[in-house]
Design a protein around this ligand. Structure first.
Ligand SMILES: Cc1ncc(COP(=O)(O)O)c(C=O)c1O
Length: 411
């Protein structure tokens, strides 16, 4: 960073501080990961300069020889990784990818059926605070109160009643597998298109350690920076017959110039995900999450749905006299970074939620396994039992520092 330090010492200092924060804390945010340095190098590369409106061999700017080769490479790797007919790698984010799918297929006012935010869905699936809700008429399905898993019969009934143009599956805090064939059949029954937003689980799907939605959905969107281990960005996969409307909806419909530096980072991320080691990493991510859920249950915590099939664990703290927000702050003060999350059927306001969402992608990337998960759960338990005391905080801080030293960030 010698050049940046000369050019802008303030930003250079902030970057250094953020590097140190990441190295010295344990990241349990289910939506985060630690990208390999090659990915960040590609993201910070000279490809950030080029304007390249359009697509390979059909650009609105000259000088796109290398841009075309790069985007083609990213698309080919992505299609191979997910066995998809077509990949559009230009969306700047997961939400941008969802907007492009909506606008490729729907008119303002059309009906969409999606999972409720407070039951695990995402803002861009028609939450009250999202502009998606102002453009389309959303109906929402949720989970069954007894099992806390998706109630597919209720989804079928709701679909029959509301006749949506599009059915959306996928979630931000749903710890169980989703039955894609069942949802695809429900969509087909009512003549709806089927979108799966697999932002959280794309890495698990790429590695083949959980079922893929690709054979069942018309469209699949995802982000590259969660389980997949890349840096920020979105992608759309679609069936061959939707290639043209999807591409036109991304550009010129919803976005302008693609961020070629992000596409470079995506290409590197896909290459890494195609390596055999990636599969073991994703298997361990799930093993760590399962172990974490069990370790909390042994300590009498209520784990939403009674466990997990993926990379995240949702803990219900309501009976323990501490809110999700307090828990988040207490853990962060000791170097454990997680986030509060609503529990199905409680107030949907995340600031008043009684849940804590914990994820294992980042710790697994650092090489941590079940033994380290036990330590982390023990620390979280001690902190949550004594949120106002300095002694447990200081001892956990020392443990976190030691663990971070033993399991450095990817280099
Ligand atoms: C299911 C789902 N979709 C979309 C997104 C949004 O991605 P982005 O923040 O990159 O727009 C997220 C982010 O957490 C998500 O969980």
């Amino acid at each position: 960073m010698a050049v940046l330090s000369n050019c802008d010492p303030e930003v250079a200092a902030l970057i250094r501080a953020e590097e140190q924060r990441l190295a010295a804390t344990i990241d349990l945010i289910a939506a985060e990961n630690h990208p390999q340095p090659g990915i960040l190098e590609a993201q910070g590369s000279v490809f950030a300069v080029k304007a390249a409106e359009g697509y390979p061999a059909a650009r609105y700017h000259a000088g796109c020889l290398h841009a075309d080769a790069l985007e083609t490479l990213a698309m080919e790797r992505c299609q191979a990784l997910f066995d998809a007919d077509h990949a559009n790698v230009q969306p700047h984010s997961g939400v941008a990818a969802n907007w492009a799918v909506y606008f490729a297929n729907l008119k303002p006012g059309d009906r969409i059926l999606a999972m409720r935010l407070s039951h695990g869905g995402h803002l861009s699936h028609g939450a009250a605070a999202s502009a998606t809700r102002r453009c389309f008429r959303f109906a929402h399905y949720g989970v069954d109160p007894a099992t806390e898993t998706i109630d597919y019969d209720a989804v079928a009934q709701l679909a029959a009643r509301t006749r949506p143009r599009m059915l959306v599956a996928g979630a931000s805090s749903y710890p169980r597998l989703i039955d894609y064939p069942r949802l695809a059949a429900i969509a087909a029954d009512v003549g709806a298109l089927f979108l799966v937003d697999m932002a959280h689980i794309a890495g698990l799907v790429a590695a083949g350690v959980i079922p893929s939605p690709v054979p069942h959905a018309d469209f699949v969107t995802f982000t590259t920076y969660k389980t997949l281990g890349g840096s920020r960005g979105g992608v759309i996969l679609c069936r061959a017959r939707f290639k043209r409307p999807i591409d036109r909806s991304v550009f010129p419909g919803c976005q302008g110039t693609p961020a070629l530096n992000m596409i470079a980072a995506k290409a590197v991320c896909f290459r890494l995900a195609l390596q055999p080691e990636f599969r073991s990493l994703q298997q361990q991510t799930i093993a760590n999450a399962r172990h974490m859920a069990q370790a909390f249950q042994h300590r009498d915590y209520r784990v939403v749905t009674g466990g997990t099939d993926n990379h995240l664990v949702l803990i219900d703290l309501r009976s323990r006299g501490i809110s999700g927000e307090q828990a988040e702050k207490t853990l962060a003060a000791a170097g454990l970074i997680a986030n509060r999350n609503p529990i199905p059927f409680e107030s949907p306001d995340p600031d008043r939620s009684g849940g804590l969402r914990l994820g294992t992608p980042a710790i697994t990337t650092r090489g941590m396994r079940e033994k380290e998960v036990d330590l982390i759960v023990d620390w979280i338990d001690r902190l949550l039992q004594n949120p106002d005391h300095d002694r447990p905080r200081r001892s956990v801080e020392a443990g976190v520092a030691d663990l971070c030293r033993r399991f450095p960030l990817p280099s």
